[in-house]
Design a protein around this ligand. Structure first.
Ligand code: GZL
Length: 390
């Protein structure tokens, strides 16, 4: 019995040890595997927690972005989806400028679907650059610039380009940068040549052998001044005329009067032609010549030539004061709107859009002339023509 019990006990022990062993031996890999599994589960749980955190962050970002889109849509909605335009205008120096400003304000009205930010830069170049930068700050859709002078623009146009805001230049040109979509305006060189070629033909018709001219030029450095001076001087040089003097009247009536008063003193009895580079200078020059007793106009001592052909200028042609007036069309806004609509439609507008111009006189001062071989048509000034002018 004892032997049997002992045997049983030993067997049990063996079994126990086996079991334990088996537990440590049979169960060991399983335990490891279980531990490994537990570690893996823990790792997975951590990863899942990280993923959940990342998803939560992303959801927050998406929500923030959605809010921003909503705000932008609200802004656009508040503006009724109008196209926003910043316009940096030269100033208010002439009748021509007044017509140019009105043309833009009429076309780019809220009723027409635009929000126009207009700045009259009062002939101040620094103020004009500042106005353009303020438009960039505002984040307008388009910027229109009528550049006071032709140079010094590349830096600020680069800022517009970097901001993704298309620039349209009207009237005067920018000569030191092409970082704009389109320019809409007049050919000032052609205007100057037209005045010169007309004077040549008219002088021949009148039997005038000698031309001694005084010029009252526009704002120095403005492309309108540069073109008109270069064009007229090219003909003067070819014909051997004498340009006694050229001083700037800054495109204003006061400037024209001041310069003409000085001319009447310095060149008394020596001049038979006065060229004013816009009508407002001509109005001032007429006042000065009246005060100095100088007779000007068709059949008088002095031939008076002007540019712009604004309504008041044509009235002075009709009154026999200005002998010929060479138009510069200020009504560019409809053509600018076409450029903007093309851009809105994803089209590429022309880089240059030229306005149509006319050369005005009374019948006795209408003569045939050509510019670079191109015959020119002159327009008689009548009450109807004046009534229809800008
Ligand atoms: C010309 C324009 C000129 C006008 C002037 O296009 O820039 O500026 O001739 C105006 O009347 O001041």
């Amino acid at each position: 019995m004892k032997k049997k019990l002992l045997g049983t006990l030993l067997s049990a022990a063996m079994v126990m040890s086996l079991l334990a062993g088996c537990g440590s031996t049979a169960q060991q890999p399983a335990a490891d595997a279980a531990a490994d599994t537990a570690a893996a589960v823990e790792e997975t749980a951590d990863a899942a927690a990280d993923t959940a955190d990342a998803a939560a962050d992303t959801a927050a970002d998406v929500e923030e972005a959605a809010e921003k889109v909503e705000e932008a849509a609200a802004d656009a909605g508040a503006a009724g989806g109008n196209i926003s335009i910043g316009f940096a205008q030269v100033g208010h120096e002439s009748d021509w400028r007044t017509a140019s400003t009105k043309s833009c304000q009429d076309v780019f009205s809220e009723a027409n679907g635009y929000d126009l930010s207009f700045v009259d830069c009062d002939n101040d170049e620094a103020a004009q650059k500042e106005a353009v930068r303020s438009f960039i700050e505002q984040g307008v859709d388009y910027i229109i610039i009528d550049p006071i002078i032709a140079t010094g623009w590349d830096t600020v146009l680069t800022e517009c380009e970097d901001a993704g805001i298309p620039v349209i230049v009207i009237d005067r040109t920018i000569d030191d940068s092409d970082k704009y979509v389109s320019w809409v305006g007049s050919n000032f060189l052609t205007e100057g040549k037209a005045a010169g070629e007309w004077l040549k033909a008219y002088a021949e018709k009148q039997g005038i052998k000698e031309i001694n001219a005084l010029v009252i030029s526009g704002s120095t450095g403005a492309s309108a001044q540069i073109g008109r001076s270069d064009g007229f001087n090219e003909i003067a040089k070819r014909e051997g005329w004498t340009i006694l003097d050229e001083q700037t009247g800054d495109f204003t009536e006061a400037g024209g009067q001041e310069v003409m008063e000085s001319y009447c003193k310095s060149y008394e009895g020596k001049f038979n032609v006065v060229v004013c580079q816009n009508d407002n200078e001509a109005f001032g020059a007429m006042t000065a010549m009246d005060n100095a007793g100088v007779a000007y106009g068709p059949g008088k001592d002095v031939i008076l030539i002007s540019f712009d052909a604004c309504t008041a200028g044509l009235e002075d042609v009709k009154a026999g004061k200005i002998s010929a007036d060479f138009e510069c069309n200020p009504l560019a806004a409809p053509f600018v709107e076409q450029v903007i609509q093309q851009l809105q439609g994803g089209e590429t507008p022309d880089k240059e859009v030229f306005m149509e111009e006319h050369w005005y006189a009374l019948p006795d001062q209408i003569v045939e002339f050509s510019i670079d071989g191109e015959p020119q048509k002159m327009t008689e000034v009548t009450d109807e023509v004046i009534a229809a002018q800008y």
